[in-house]
Ligand binder design. Structure first.
Ligand SMILES: [Zn+2]
Length: 295
């Protein structure tokens, strides 16, 4: 039923009409709960505990070499989630991740994937959330994100994140591509079995396996508006400011440079990926992404 087509890539084809869905995990090799969940899903199809009733399925353990050493990327490698871009395809693959991205593209084409959910978890504390490139109102994406538990959906229609990730590879081609951050890696509730239950819910909701899907309709919709780039030396965050998904009012001082110049919000905003660690703050690089609530 489940065919291994390459290292860490498996395909199941029911032979019946239906959706073609890819579940990806381990794009970052140290994000254990989604990896263990994904491997348990592989095992469930291999043993026959689960079977496809319709459509096609691709399971992608996306960076198995990184997982083998429990690191974000492989030795001497790069972040594979910056490799899913046509510019990378246009030149020769130099490191493992560049070749691996091609292998994953080939597998996506083989099954003509229409829906992809890429499962991650975060190393900083914070709630689970979803990301997609199309605007918050995109219907095809909304159907899939209602199958996932996260309360927050962050859309990035202007491609502030650079159109280099696996989900963006799908969504910039008119297909559904969602990145799902299942929460903090150390959250005791963010277990492999909890993530596995969410993967199965996606397969139920897209009609691939039997059973009724649970629909999670209450979402807070956020749209990424712009990036605040570091414009000086010695930036220090205001005390209590700088958590991911933190909502703050217009006029809030985010922090100040050594010169005394302050960074102030000009609208009610939600902070995305604030760089709290001083070693991550670099001149000209993002200090924080700014999102606006859209309902
Ligand atoms: Zn990740």
């Amino acid at each position: 039923m489940l065919e291994s087509i390459d290292e860490g890539l498996w395909v199941a084809d029911s032979g019946k009409p239906g959706a073609s869905v890819c579940v990806s995990f381990g794009v970052h090799g140290n994000e254990r709960p989604p990896i263990d969940a994904g491997l348990a899903l592989v095992e469930a199809f291999e043993t026959g505990a689960l079977a496809l009733r319709a459509g096609k399925l691709l399971l992608s353990h996306s960076n198995p070499r990184a997982s083998a050493i429990d690191a974000r990327w492989s030795e001497g490698g790069v972040d594979i989630n910056r490799c899913f871009h046509a510019d990378k395809l246009a030149r020769d693959a130099v490191v493992y991740e560049e070749q691996r991205a091609r292998d994953i593209f080939a597998a996506l084409e083989r099954v003509e994937a229409e829906v992809l959910v890429d499962f991650h978890c975060t190393v900083e504390p914070g709630e689970r959330f979803l990301m997609q490139h199309p605007p918050v109102a995109n219907e095809a994406h909304a159907r899939v994100f209602s199958l996932l538990r996260a309360r927050f959906l962050l859309a990035d229609p202007n491609l502030n994140f650079g159109s280099v990730s696996l989900d963006e590879w799908m969504s910039t081609r008119g297909r559904v591509g969602i990145c799902y951050e299942t929460g903090w890696i150390q959250d005791p509730e963010n277990t492999a079995s909890a993530v596995l239950a969410e993967m199965k819910n996606v397969l139920r909701g897209t009609g691939l396996i039997d059973g009724d899907a649970t629909i999670h309709s209450d979402k807070e919709l956020l749209q990424l508006e712009h990036v605040v780039r570091c414009a000086g030396d010695g930036f220090v965050w205001t005390e209590g400011v700088g958590q991911n998904l933190q909502a703050l009012p217009a006029g809030q001082v985010l922090g100040a440079y050594a010169s005394g110049e302050e960074v102030v919000l000009d609208a009610d905003s939600v902070l995305i990926f604030p760089k709290k660690k001083p070693e991550l703050v670099e001149l000209g690089k993002p200090l924080v992404y700014i999102a606006i609530a859209r309902g």
